[in-house]
Design a binder for this molecule. Structure first.
Ligand SMILES: [Fe+2]
Length: 315
């Protein structure tokens, strides 16, 4: 599939290799350079301090794409058949990807994207609308987020916060000495055992969810694993293995079996992100995770995430 439905030549879109649900969107070199020129007068601190600037740069990016990029992203993220986008910039690899300028550019780019698709939630871990974090060879943190030598199991984001989490952006900022660690994705409708767990008596039973101290969320939430169906009547999900608090054997075993089923499903596939590229997914019908890395004492990866809501769900 190519640009048949688009008039703009500012970006291209094609279906992901062997994965028809994933759209690969590439901003042309010209678009990337023009966006860089528009945003270079702003620094990251400016967009952190002035929320309206985030919308301004989002609008700049949209205008550079003949006002088509925003609509394209929203349509694909809300379409049950797709809902996942890999966004890349042509020519990014020619830049000094370790420079401060390139890092700032990437923060500005993902901010423009998040404000084209809706509004990011406050990320309690960072106290900002985005969070940057590192994965290194050694880690003593309190969740699997930064731990390199194990697979981070498939999950949805936002299970332990009260806000809706319609979408997630996962952007790779820097990478050095990394082998492995690919992003893992599973679309709910491709999960072989979906009906088995969705029709289970515990599927809609409320569970308690909490998070370790590093997340800075000082309350518990209560919701079932399968939330009320989407407008189209299909199941949507809010699940993560680490933060569910089963209160009895029945709930514990249901969670255990569900986790085992997800981890062993053959429809999970991996996506390699280049520096500067980002995955944007619908959080309610895509599960995501991360494969383990090959040990390397100099391993370093820096990521940026944003999580938020579509415009119709902004309070
Ligand atoms: Fe996540």
């Amino acid at each position: 599939m190519t640009n048949s439905s688009l008039n703009s030549q500012a970006f291209s879109q094609e279906t992901g290799l062997n994965q028809p649900r994933l759209k690969v969107v590439t901003l042309t070199k010209d678009t990337t350079e023009k966006f860089l020129n528009v945003v270079k007068k702003f620094n990251v601190q400016a967009i952190e301090y002035k929320p309206f600037l985030r919308f301004y740069i989002a609008n700049c990016l949209n205008e550079l794409t003949d006002n088509e990029l925003g609509t394209f992203l929203i349509n694909n993220l809300q379409n049950r058949e797709t809902g996942a986008i890999l966004l890349e910039c042509e020519g990014a690899s020619e830049k000094d990807t370790k420079s401060e300028d390139f890092i700032d550019f990437n923060i500005l780019l993902s901010t423009a994207v998040s404000h084209l698709i809706g509004l990011p939630n406050l990320d309690s871990m960072s106290g900002k609308f985005y969070a940057r974090f590192s994965v290194r060879n050694e880690d003593n943190s309190d969740s699997y987020l930064r731990q390199a030598h194990r697979r981070m199991e498939l999950h949805n984001d936002g299970t332990y916060v009260q806000e809706k989490t319609d979408w997630v952006i996962m952007q790779k900022i820097i990478e050095s000495n990394v082998e492995g660690g690919e992003s893992l994705l599973l679309h709910l409708d491709d999960w072989t055992d979906l009906q088995k767990f969705y029709e289970h008596p515990l599927a809609k039973e409320n569970l308690h969810w909490s998070s370790p101290s590093s997340k800075n969320v000082h309350y518990k939430t209560t919701h079932p694993i399968f939330l009320d169906e989407n407008k189209d009547g299909k199941p949507i999900m809010s699940y993560i293995d680490q933060f569910a608090e089963p209160k009895n054997m029945e709930q514990g075993l249901y969670l255990y079996e569900l986790g085992e089923s997800l981890e062993n499903d053959n429809a999970t596939y991996s996506v390699k992100l280049n520096e500067g590229s980002m995955l944007i997914i619908n959080n309610y019908f895509w599960l995501h995770g991360r494969d383990k890395f090959t040990a390397n004492k100099n391993l370093h990866r820096e990521l940026l995430r944003q999580r938020g809501v579509f415009a119709e769900n902004i309070n």
